[in-house]
Design a protein around this ligand. Structure first.
Ligand SMILES: [Zn+2]
Length: 274
């Protein structure tokens, strides 16, 4: 994947350079077709998946226009965060262009919710872009977590390094059936909500090819937490990327409860339809 400069008013687009004619897909909510594992955009059967992390880093670090050339249907997952993207964007720098930025100014509340799942994403009038995230998965390990981001906060060090999570009990059957390897979850925090047997730990050690795999404080020690509320921060990273699919910067406050790619992009579609 290669992120290239683009002229003013181009917006952010993905180009599938491995396909004939290098078809281009604008990174806008109207093109979102799937949100099951990450956010996927698609035109005429040509798709790019898991665009949210690179979108989050580009948009939050001030990039409005870019052409992203990619030779695969999915962006590189790397360590599961936007850490490398943010570092690279800061290293090469951002150039100011000759055009006025267009804003979406929130004048009255707009929201999307899935009440039975406790999911709600609200957008409220405010002078500055500001995002509050709260998550509660009824987990003893995770508890209730919150995170916050406002314009001017240090995205690169506070949000970009945060990774997603998976519950061990949701993937244990894959481990037990040898359908998943340790390397497959190197980019996710593994939450151990229910007790595991010594035999299961031994099996996990073998799969991770590490002698010292154990459960520590409710987490598998395949990796170390970067923040106590890393999961809420990752949800923030994701929502910053998904809301960038509006194609305009938001002047308003986001209050998100248990957000996910579906709710985030449905809200974007709702605003675009207005
Ligand atoms: Zn994510």
């Amino acid at each position: 994947m290669c992120v290239k400069p683009a002229p003013a008013n181009h917006g952010i687009t993905f180009r599938r350079i491995d396909l004939e004619g290098a078809p281009e897909i604008p990174a806008l909510g109207n093109y979102v077709t799937d949100t099951s594992r990450g956010t996927t955009i698609e035109i005429n059967g040509v798709r790019v998946s898991t665009i949210e992390h690179i979108m989050s880093a580009l948009w939050t670090l001030g990039v409005d226009n870019a052409q992203i050339d990619i030779d695969a249907p999915e962006t590189p997952i790397m360590d599961g965060s936007a850490k490398e993207y943010a570092a690279e964007i800061e290293r090469v720098g951002v150039v100011e262009q000759e055009a006025e930025r267009e804003y979406y100014t929130v004048t009255e509340e707009v929201s999307f919710s899935i009440p039975e799942k406790g999911v709600e994403v609200r957008l409220l009038p405010a002078d500055k872009y500001d995002v509050d995230v709260a998550v509660d998965y009824n987990s003893k390990v995770l508890g209730k977590q919150q995170s916050h981001f406002a314009e001017g906060d240090n995205y690169r060090s506070e949000i970009a390094p945060c990774r997603t999570f998976v519950f061990l009990h949701e993937i244990m059957f894959l481990f037990n059936a040898n359908l998943i390897k340790g390397g497959d979850v190197d980019n996710a925090i593994v939450v151990v909500e229910h007790p595991v047997t010594d035999e299961e730990v031994a099996r996990l050690s073998a799969l991770f090819n590490k002698k010292d795999i154990k459960v520590s404080g409710g987490y598998l020690n395949n990796l170390k937490l970067r923040f106590e509320n890393e999961i809420a921060r990752h949800k923030l990273l994701d929502i910053l990327g998904d809301l960038a699919l509006l194609g305009r910067r938001i002047r308003g406050k986001v209050v998100a409860t248990r957000p996910g790619h579906f709710a985030n992009t449905e809200l974007v579609k709702k605003i675009l339809a207005q």
